[in-house]
Design a protein around this ligand. Structure first.
Ligand code: C6P
Length: 423
């Protein structure tokens, strides 16, 4: 298991965060105060999307009530205010990821778009016939399909590093797959279906020794781990705002400035240009070169509020709470008859995937829903990973900082009910 000290960024020294108190945290999330089918809501689908604290909701409302205007265009007060808030968020994200410069932070719709951008603008010019792109068995479809599309277009090969039965990457085999034709490595920091934390620093070292760049899909890591892109030394890093307690439709692609500088734009349109004639367009400087059109301004500002919120919480207390909850839930569920946990890596964050002999995960999800418990059941957009474990689907409980031991108790009772229905 990951040690609490390894988890979560210490907030940049501003106000010292108060000691972690899960009940106080829960009070910040209005959606949690409801009943579903007459039972208190137990929200354990945080890997799909996390709930939003009042601070984020209020920031979005305030933006539309007070500051709404397009950015980088108007001369008027409102436009100046919204531009300032938008660009201040870029600086916040830069600090959150410990990137070197604001221009290394590109706002996109989410991790999916971030990976597509990198595949299209970075990899397309670098990948040719018989070249290789290396990923792992545990990737989300967002980190498979864009590379498959590119490989198909270029006559290149997608190579896949295997994992063991606990859901851990086999590092020796990964290294053996790094060859003279490998043009890029793209790997999840944390698996959405297993919770496995990959040893990114070692992966990057192995790849960089051979001058191969590494993209890290951080969609499931950013809500739980300390992210330091300079320490990891990765070339690209992605995250999705909605999994980080921010709005949907906003995400980040971090890229090292030298790489981003050399890349062609992803889309053409307004804001990404310095000048246009019918003969020639000069592109804008970074990061605007990659932000064509009116962006999701409110989404960016909401993401900034989410980062502020997270940084107001004691990082060590939060990490210890999340890790203790995962360990407690793992122990409780492991004792249940016929239940098998899928994904038992030593380094994990808050994901608990499981199957129950003779019961389809969708039936588990449906019965739990009647108990007010929200989980996800299915292939989790990781079909090749399901194939690796020989299951069509799993049930997945995924935890966030606001979940409690009582909720783990409700999950356990709910699963006992499922076992009773399907004797
Ligand atoms: N996983 C889940 O329930 P978007 O949809 O672009 O915000 O994120 C895509 C994505 C990429 N990589 C990983 C590791 C992910 O977990 C996800 C999203 C959700 O597991 C929805 S399928």
């Amino acid at each position: 298991m990951t040690r609490p000290g390894d988890l979560l960024a210490a907030a940049p020294a501003r106000k010292a965060p108060a000691a972690f108190d899960v009940e106080r945290v829960r009070a910040d999330f209005p959606i949690l105060r409801q009943t579903v089918f007459g039972k208190p809501l137990v929200y354990l689908d945080n890997a799909a999307t996390a709930q939003k604290p009042r601070a984020v909701i209020d920031t979005l409302t305030r933006f539309y009530e007070v500051d709404n205007a397009n950015i980088h265009r108007g001369l008027h007060q409102l436009s100046e205010r919204s531009t300032a808030a938008y660009e201040e968020t870029r600086a916040k994200v830069r600090r959150f990821l410990n990137a070197a410069e604001d221009r290394e932070i590109v706002f996109v719709r989410g991790t999916t778009e971030a990976i597509n951008l990198a595949a299209s603008s970075y990899a397309r010019p670098h990948v040719g016939r018989d070249d290789e792109v290396l990923i792992t068995t545990m990737e989300h479809h967002s980190n498979i399909v864009p590379w498959q599309m590119l490989c198909e277009e270029k006559g290149a090969r997608l190579r896949v590093a295997p994992i063991n039965d606990d859901g851990e990457l086999l590092l020796d085999e990964f290294e053996a797959l790094l060859g003279p034709r490998t043009r890029i490595v793209s790997v999840a920091h944390v698996s959405n279906a297993l919770g496995t934390v990959n040893p990114i620093r070692r992966i990057v070292e192995m790849a960089h020794r051979r001058n191969i760049p590494v993209l890290v899909d951080g969609a499931q890591a950013a809500p739980h781990l300390k992210i330091d892109v300079r320490d990891l030394d990765c070339d690209f890093y992605t995250l999705s705002g909605h999994k980080l307690f921010g709005p949907t439709g906003i995400g980040v692609l971090y890229g090292k400035a030298a790489l981003l500088e050399a890349m062609p734009p992803y889309q053409g349109g307004g804001d990404m240009i310095a000048s246009v004639t019918f003969e020639k367009t000069i592109y804008n400087r970074l990061p605007h070169k990659f932000e064509a059109g009116t962006p999701h301004i409110a989404g960016v500002i909401g993401l900034g509020a989410a980062i502020d919120y997270l940084e107001s919480i004691d990082p060590e207390g939060r990490a210890a709470h999340e890790q203790a909850l995962l360990e407690h839930a793992t122990r409780r569920l492991a004792e249940l008859p016929r239940l098998r946990i899928v994904g038992r890596a030593k380094e994990k964050t808050g994901v608990l995937s499981f199957v129950i002999e003779g019961i389809h995960p969708h039936d588990i999800g449906t019965i739990l829903d009647r108990e007010g418990i929200a989980i996800r059941a299915g292939h989790h957009c990781a079909q090749p990973l399901m194939d690796r474990f020989g299951v069509p689907a799993t049930a997945r409980a995924s935890f966030a900082l606001y979940n409690t031991r009582e909720e783990v108790g409700a999950l356990e009772s709910g699963i006992r009910k499922v076992l009773g229905v399907f004797r």
